[in-house]
Write a protein that binds this ligand. Structure first.
Ligand SMILES: [Zn+2]
Ligand SMILES: [Zn+2]
Length: 196
């Protein structure tokens, strides 16, 4: 485990709680989003503001973090590639166990839980918690609007801008003749006649 930097924006210091169950600490701050907070198609850009509104509660086992994380995700519509923005407001709740408690927990082999978060001294790292809450809250396939018609499969035009957009469809049989025309000039005439 890497050593946490107490000055990192997503590292919280719980010293004020003094390991006294029942003590509470409120944390409201805006921090720059860490990198990689999203999927291939949408996410909160690195350095974009993340609003944290959290409550840190001292409990027997450690520190319970709960509250909300807000930010604006940006991405592209999967149908037409127009920019998409989505305001996120996700709730988080996570127990950070005291290191000595966590060690004991593992010794007795109770409920093997690799995902357990552990305090480093008085410090806790919120970044993995935020990632685990924000990423699943993002739309799997973001769209600019629910009925986005997407792009024209023939020319790539955005159909929302031009709903009547269409191309003269060529009968597949004539399309074959057209192909022939490029190698055999004799059918060119017929093809053009039919298309007009
Ligand atoms: Zn779209
Ligand atoms: Zn088109």
């Amino acid at each position: 485990m890497t050593t946490l930097d107490p000055r990192a924006p997503l590292v919280l210091d719980t010293r004020q709680l003094q390991r006294r169950p029942g003590t509470m600490l409120e944390v409201a701050r805006t921090v720059p989003a860490p990198e990689g907070l999203g999927t291939d198609v949408i996410g909160i850009g690195e350095g974009e503001p993340l609003e944290l509104d959290l409550r840190l509660e001292s409990v027997i086992e450690g520190v319970l973090v709960s509250g909300s994380v807000r930010g604006r995700a940006t991405g592209a519509c999967v149908r037409c590639l127009e920019p998409v923005e989505e305001d996120l407001d996700v709730s988080v709740q996570e127990l950070f166990a005291y290191a000595d408690r966590a060690a004991h927990h593992q010794e007795v082999g109770a409920d093997e839980d690799d995902d357990q978060r552990v305090l480093q001294g008085d410090l806790l790292d919120l970044e993995p918690v935020i990632r685990d809450s924000v990423v699943p809250a993002l739309p799997f396939q973001p769209v600019c609007r629910p009925d986005c018609p997407g792009l024209c499969s023939e020319c790539g035009a955005r159909l929302a801008d031009d709903p009547d957009h269409h191309h003269e469809s060529i009968d597949p049989r004539w399309a074959t003749l057209q192909q022939l025309a490029s190698t055999d000039g004799s059918v060119t005439h017929t093809t053009e006649e039919k298309r007009n």
